[in-house]
Write a protein of this length. Structure first.
Length: 353
């Protein structure tokens, strides 16, 4: 199905579903629960965002928006980093910390190398931006896809996908045996979480789903049961992988690609031949308008919540409260940004009339 795709409310709801899991992952709400680390249940979320971009990429190209899409990601990167640099600078001043030392910590050779080649977060400090690796990886993926498309080599990415996925898993789980160091324990996440090992493969999974979506006929209940099974399998994989690698964190699993594809198909078929109720319509609006801003700014908001809660007498260990406040405040910020953009656009239109 290479034709231009209409807006799919189910996929917008999926975006909201995924950002919820991203926030839960970062607030560590599920690590551990009843003595078991359930963070693996959240790991499909960011790969799904890449898959969604890949799914709509052919439509983006047909509308002549491929370059505009790249420019938008660059804009988001610049805005996000400008805000992170500003708030960290303010924090350094308020905490009587050295601005020069903080800035120097960002421009070491290793930092710059990891940033350029492996999409490592650039801004360090109290309000670190390590989660922005997703935007950097997305930019690289879109540029590579655009260049290969122009040379008629786009399908090369399909061939590379399984090898990139396997390579990422090997580096993640066997870094101790191969390189003599646990990348998870040494802040080396970027070596197995970047445009090569995550971005391109899941972008391609989304593109393949678009190409063959019309031929896929799987009942929603089957997809739901498969998703639950694969999530349970990811927990089992985490237990095994930690015993092998002795890492403090495992990000992606053998089951992750199947889990991402499964949940994507489930939500993409969610509202076919049926109406959207008010609750799902609200979730769809969040997915369409606010998810990107929630993703960018939820982390500094989470840090701020954690800093402020002890001052109110609340327990820092109350991860549930941290999660709820982070979600609520992030959504409020995202809505404010969206309303501001709409207001500016409205004023520009009035001036042109």
């Amino acid at each position: 199905m290479e034709n231009t795709l209409r807006r799919n409310s189910g996929i917008d709801v999926l975006k909201t579903f995924c950002i919820l899991f991203v926030v839960i992952l970062h607030t560590e709400l599920l690590a551990p629960v009843f003595g078991v680390n359930l963070e693996s249940l959240c790991r499909f979320a960011t790969p799904v965002f890449f898959a969604i971009t890949g799914y709509f990429y052919s439509s983006t190209v047909k509308r002549g928006k491929a370059v505009s899409q790249i420019k938008r990601v660059i804009f988001l990167i610049l805005v996000a980093n400008a805000v992170f640099i500003a708030i960290n600078a303010v924090y350094c001043i308020c905490a009587n910390e050295s601005l020069a030392e903080w800035f120097a910590s960002m421009i070491t050779k290793k930092k710059l190398f990891d940033f350029v080649f492996f999409n490592s977060g650039f801004v360090t400090g109290h309000f670190a931006s390590f989660h922005l690796w997703y935007l950097y990886a997305l930019l690289y993926v879109l540029i590579i896809a655009n260049v290969l498309r122009k040379f008629g080599l786009f399908k090369v990415l399909y061939f590379l996908t399984p090898f990139l996925l396997i390579g990422g898993l090997v580096v993640e789980c066997f870094s101790k045996q191969i390189f003599g160091v646990n990348f998870s324990n040494s802040q080396g996440y970027c070596y197995y979480r970047n445009f090569l090992t995550i971005g391109i493969p899941y972008f391609c999974i989304g593109s393949i789903l678009n190409r063959y979506a019309a031929r896929i006929r799987i009942k929603s209940i089957v997809l739901l049961l498969a998703f639950v099974f694969l999530q349970a399998l990811s927990v089992f994989e985490m237990i095994i992988a930690k015993r092998i690698s002795h890492s403090s964190s495992i990000d992606f699993f053998i089951s992750t690609p199947l889990c991402a594809a499964c949940v994507f198909l489930l939500f993409s078929n969610l509202f076919k031949n049926r109406g959207v109720n008010k609750f799902c319509a609200a979730l769809s609006d969040v997915g369409r308008n606010d998810v990107v801003w929630i993703y960018i700014y939820h982390l500094p908001i989470m840090v701020l919540v954690r800093d402020c809660l002890p001052q109110t007498g609340s327990s820092f260990a109350d991860k549930g409260l941290v999660t709820i406040l982070t979600l609520a405040l992030s959504l409020a910020v995202a809505v404010a940004i969206d309303k501001t953009k709409s207001l500016i656009k409205s004023k520009r239109l009035k001036k042109q009339m």
